[in-house]
Design a protein around this ligand. Structure first.
Ligand SMILES: Cc1cc2nc3c(=O)[nH]c(=O)nc-3n(C[C@H](O)[C@H](O)[C@H](O)COP(=O)(O)OP(=O)(O)OC[C@H]3O[C@@H](n4cnc5c(N)ncnc54)[C@H](O)[C@@H]3O)c2cc1C
Length: 340
């Protein structure tokens, strides 16, 4: 945690208001996109502010390219709406894959084995469920189209830094970009930063402490390895189950991450996805986040070298991408009317 050496006053500044609108949404991840598109479609003059150069949040930049739990265990679709539109817009480019609808809810062992092998997200409680594996790059394009069509005015490369408060009510937001410090006034301000970045400037109560035992206590630096010959990997795993288990243990002892998933997307059959988790003391302290970025890349190399050396099928592989956006899950958690 950064130590404060001393404080200095910031010079008084006036901020240029560049827009007045009905709704401003800060954060262009799945939550923010849903909020902005819904507001725009309902006729609200809507602005979306995103710190990076693309939309999609964890679903694109975080390489969490799985949209899980879209049906219940019996196979009845639970989540549709804007999320389903996103998925359907990926279809023409074959940029999404999921178990076909007719098998959602089945407990057929052969199908479960097939889908579990591709992505365990498609199997829950011994049944096939609807979960979509998506292409991050095509998603970025599709989401641009969706916000444009909803007439949402989008500002990329813009960090929402502070809400403008009128008593207890947020009436706008200050954001920073290459254009400097600017403000947008709005009737409704939505913090969809995933980390609750605007909360500290409001009277809202929130938690930042994380029980280290739960999954959201971890940060993730996801990455992809391409050029994997899965026929060889599968043969080796099938013919050497004990050796496979020993290798996994060995890599874990060394601090690496043996678990990987297949991309399964068309033309990407040689890519594996790795979603490691790193314990951290904070998901909002810049020094801690930086530490995990460094650690994540160190461990990524460790695991990759191990795969390449010991697992047949990885000989020609290469690291094709590590996520530009560290995976956070539990930064600031607001106290709502009820807690989940
Ligand atoms: C490895 C991993 C696995 C996960 N698995 C699951 C799972 O199985 N099931 C599940 O439900 N969830 C899972 N999650 C969590 C899931 O990713 C989040 O619940 C989801 O992304 C939340 O969407 P969001 O839009 O609220 O936040 P995010 O996806 O985090 O998007 C926030 C957006 O806001 C932007 N932003 C942040 N701060 C600012 C700022 N100050 N100004 C402007 N823009 C800002 C970010 O760049 C980003 O685009 C997982 C997360 C990780 C990292």
């Amino acid at each position: 945690m950064a130590i404060v050496i001393r404080t200095i006053p910031e010079p008084n500044k006036t901020v240029n208001v560049v827009r007045e609108c009905d709704v401003v949404v800060v954060g262009g991840g799945p939550g923010g996109i849903g909020a902005a598109i819904a507001a725009g479609r309902n006729g609200a003059d809507t602005v979306l502010i995103e710190r990076f150069g693309h939309l999609g949040g964890m679903g694109t930049g975080g390489l969490v390219t799985i949209i899980p739990c879209l049906s219940d265990f019996s196979g009845v679709m639970q989540i549709g709406g804007i999320n389903q539109e996103w998925i359907e817009r990926l279809e023409p480019r074959e940029a999404v894959t999921y178990p076909p609808k007719e098998i959602w809810g089945t407990d057929d062992r052969r199908l479960i084995s097939y889908w579990n092998d591709r992505s365990f997200f498609t199997v829950r409680e011994g049944r096939i469920v609807y979960a979509a594996l998506i292409d991050a790059e095509i998603s970025k394009c599709v989401l641009n189209d969706m916000v444009n069509e909803a007439k949402v005015k989008t500002y990329l490369h813009s960090w929402g830094t502070m809400p403008i408060m009128d008593g207890n009510k947020a009436v706008g937001v200050v954001f920073e970009s290459k254009s400097g410090r600017q403000a947008i006034m709005a009737k409704v301000v939505i913090d969809s930063t995933g980390d609750g970045d605007l909360l500290p400037f409001t009277p809202a109560k929130f938690d930042t402490d994380i029980d280290p035992k739960i999954r959201i206590a971890n940060l993730s630096l996801c990455y992809w390895i391409d050029g994997v010959n899965f026929m060889k990997v599968d043969d080796f795993r099938r013919d050497n189950p004990r050796k496979w288990a020993e290798l996994k243990q060995d890599l874990m002892k060394k601090g690496g991450h043996p678990g990987f998933m297949r991309s399964n997307l068309k033309g990407q059959e040689n890519i594996v996805w790795i979603h490691p988790r790193y314990a951290c003391s904070s998901q909002i302290d810049v020094e801690e986040i930086t530490r995990v970025e460094f650690l994540g890349r160190e461990k990524m190399l460790l695991s990759y070298d191990f795969f390449k050396k010991f697992i047949p099928g990885f000989e020609q592989s290469f690291i094709v991408l590590s996520c530009p956006q560290l995976g956070t899950r539990g930064a600031r958690r607001v106290h709502g009317d009820y807690m989940v």
